[in-house]
Design a protein around this ligand. Structure first.
Ligand code: ADP
Length: 301
């Protein structure tokens, strides 16, 4: 995670175009960016890095920032309709109960679903297994003007696959370079990539699984395999650390987000998306018709 010295260096009001002071001590895009010194095992998943407000303030801020996100997304979509090939790809990674599904519902749910290309990646189907591991990924990439969201991704092919020895090391090891090259190509084709790794503590994971067992309306989310996977937490941490270290590039950066507090991780990802869209410096596409003439035609109709 970014060094805390960045906190004090950044002014308040960093991102507010109105007069309200920001509740962030530094932009999440800086504070949550993985660095060479990011160590997952040193992160306190209960923390809310950079956020200076209370939980209630964080919860109240989400829909406000959602409006900003939604307005930017509409511009992206409008440009896409006008032939702009640029897109955003949000890669969500995290173990069961880390909050990927909730992120999709509560953050991506704040924008027009027409502008979203959502894909989730589970155990490869028989057909998928017959292809290269990037085959299903390529088919699900966002089109121009879209925000693509991957609920799990090609990273499973260096995470679960390594943890459970699904293929030998000499097969998954070269994938890091291959993934970097793949993501570089994507970026050059106009896709801005944001990779998010959500982490909850083992205690929080237990509590979330317990809730799934205790509440009949959550039984559908429970998978006995999730408890089995809990036994592999250290191995997953090692695999995540390796994946982040090997693929944290300037063109496809990783953001490591403590996710014990859902309100925080959702707000943080909202800010990452806003930042990404702002980087595109979008404007409304120019009309491809004569506006004055059309006004006249309408008035006369
Ligand atoms: P979720 O549990 O996230 O709701 P699914 O049950 O559909 O979603 O599938 C998730 C499971 O699929 C996870 O256990 C994940 O590790 C596994 N998975 C995803 N990609 C792969 C892959 N390439 N190889 C093996 N398992 C994978």
């Amino acid at each position: 995670m970014a060094k805390s010295s960045e906190k004090s260096a950044s002014p308040k009001n960093v991102e507010s175009k109105d007069e309200k002071p920001s509740l962030w001590s530094a932009p999440p895009v800086k504070i949550l960016r993985a660095t060479d010194s990011t160590r997952i095992e040193d992160i306190d998943f209960d923390e809310t890095p950079g956020f200076e407000g209370t939980k209630a303030e964080g919860q109240a801020l989400l829909p406000e920032r959602g409006e900003v996100l939604s307005a930017l997304q509409e511009k992206l979509y409008a440009n896409g309709r006008a032939g702009d090939l640029r897109s955003i790809l949000l890669v969500l990674q995290g173990m069961d109960t880390a909050g990927k599904g909730g992120m999709v519902r509560n953050v991506i749910g704040m924008v027009d679903p027409q502008g979203v290309d959502l894909a989730s990646f589970g155990v490869p189907t028989r057909e998928e297994k017959q292809h290269h591991y990037l085959w299903r990924i390529r088919r699900a990439l966002p089109r121009g003007g879209k925000i693509g969201v991957f609920d799990r991704s090609h990273y499973e092919d260096v995470l679960v696959v390594a943890v459970h020895d699904l293929v030998p090391r000499q097969v998954w090891e070269p994938r890091f370079d291959e993934i970097n090259a793949f993501e570089k190509d994507l970026t050059e084709e106009g896709t801005l990539i944001i990779k998010v790794a959500l982490f909850v503590s083992p205690e929080e994971q237990r509590a979330r699984l317990q809730e799934r067992l205790d509440r009949p309306d959550k039984h559908w989310k429970y998978n006995p395999g999730d408890v089995t996977e809990r036994g592999f937490l250290p191995q997953y941490r090692t695999a995540y650390q390796r994946a982040i270290d090997r693929t944290n590039t300037d063109y496809a950066p990783w953001f490591v987000i403590p996710a014990n507090h859902k309100w925080y991780s959702r707000l943080a990802v909202t800010e990452l998306l806003i930042d990404a869209l702002e980087q595109l410096q979008l404007d409304w596409p120019a009309a491809d018709f004569d506006v004055e003439l059309e006004k006249k035609r309408l008035a006369e109709s």
